[in-house]
Design a protein around this ligand. Structure first.
Ligand SMILES: Cc1ncc(COP(=O)(O)O)c(C=O)c1O
Length: 367
């Protein structure tokens, strides 16, 4: 969730920040995150974005040949030496409760491992690019241990290959993927267990390959921010389709949380002003947008509601505000940071002027 306050909190905890655009780079910098802790990702970074990242001394996770060539050209016009990590697709694909290993992974991100020798050879000839590490991200909301154990083994092989090319490599970045609890069915590993699993697998692989232990980075996006946030809606009207279901409408939906309609994400809900009331109702929580598919939760178990009740959906910190839109010209809600009895607005509620601020009416359309 890229915004000033979240970046500032991450920075104050001495965490790095992954960014995927010029906008996210500037947000992190403006929030006070030091540039060498900003890692620039993406499969189609523009030249302007790369120039910005290099001018600010961010680290770059290089994704493809074109990008490496751009970095070399930009660096040659400066006196900078650009630190890069090489992103690869390890052929390990994970979805929740699903895990496959293939020789090659059909992904838009990163180099294919069969390009690695050529990439490392090219990097070993560069004078203004330093390859500091290798990177992979195998997926999100992963509950199993095996995928990251396999990943560790593959990454140490890449690492060893880079060392054999004489590169001054010292980091392995295992990406993110640690799942969180959205519903009762979710059973994520603890952060401690995940770290121990990854670190042990890396250590075993390094010992087996006879390489010195690298500095290890990870990118736990969702597991750091997801569970820390809730979204609060006001309950509106309802509709019962006899024998089928009751819909309860809320004053938001797919514009503040596009995850259910995009990839069928599951959530649970509770009524904030009736937390002690028995959860007797099975209802479908409907968003207010002009899409039949704008359903936040199907068959939610909640207390009986009346219009005006506050329905709260937990675990909305990751990918929610970041993916929000103004679909149907609905204004985005405010975001409030609550910490030890103190509450601060960290993103102001949008108003109608905000919605219209970039609209332009050509003269010939003015009545
Ligand atoms: C490169 C990279 N690293 C880390 C993450 C974070 O993944 P998660 O939030 O599932 O831990 C993502 C998510 O898209 C990603 O693309």
């Amino acid at each position: 969730w890229s915004c000033l306050a979240v970046c500032a909190i991450a920075g104050s905890e001495d965490l790095g920040i992954d960014v995927v655009s010029g906008g996210e780079i500037l947000t992190a910098i403006k929030a006070g995150v030091s540039a060498e802790k900003i890692y620039f990702h993406g499969n189609n970074k523009s030249v302007a974005e790369l120039e910005l990242a290099i001018s600010k001394n961010c680290r770059i996770i290089a994704d493809n040949w074109l990008e490496l060539e751009h970095i070399a050209t930009i660096a040659s016009n400066t006196d900078k030496n650009v630190p890069v990590m090489i992103r690869l697709t390890p052929g390990i694909e994970c979805h929740t409760h699903e895990y496959i290993r293939t020789g090659h992974l059909d992904s838009k991100f990163g180099f294919d491992p069969n390009q690695l020798d050529e990439v490392f050879t090219w990097l070993s000839k560069q004078t203004q690019i330093t390859c500091i590490g290798v990177h992979a991200h195998i997926g999100s909301q992963i509950f199993e241990q095996q995928p990251h154990q396999d990943l560790a083994g593959v990454m140490v092989e890449w690492y060893k290959l880079a060392l054999s090319h004489g590169l001054p490599i010292s980091e392995i970045n295992v990406g993110g993927g640690l799942g969180i609890k959205y519903t009762e069915a979710d059973d994520p590993q603890s952060i401690d267990a995940w770290v121990k699993n990854v670190a042990t697998a890396l250590k075993v692989a390094c010992d087996a390959h006879g390489v010195a232990y690298p500095r290890v980075l990870s990118e736990p996006g969702r597991s750091l921010i997801g569970s820390s946030c809730v979204t609060a809606y006001t309950v509106g009207g309802n509709k019962t389709v006899p024998g089928i279901r009751t819909y309860i409408s809320i004053d938001g939906g797919m514009s503040d949380n596009p995850r259910p309609i995009t990839y069928q994400s599951q959530y649970r809900a509770m009524i904030a002003n009736k937390m002690s009331a028995p959860m007797t109702e099975t209802v479908t929580i409907a968003g207010k947008h002009c899409e039949s598919g704008d359903i936040l939760i199907k068959d939610a178990q909640i207390a009986a509601t009346v219009p005006g009740d506050i329905l709260v959906v937990p675990a909305t910190g990751a990918y929610n505000y970041s993916m929000s839109s103004n679909y149907n010209r609905i204004t985005r809600p405010a975001a409030v940071l609550v910490d030890r009895g103190e509450a601060n607005i960290i993103i102001q509620r949008e108003n109608y002027d905000d919605l219209l601020r970039f609209d332009r009416l050509p003269e010939r359309l003015v009545k």
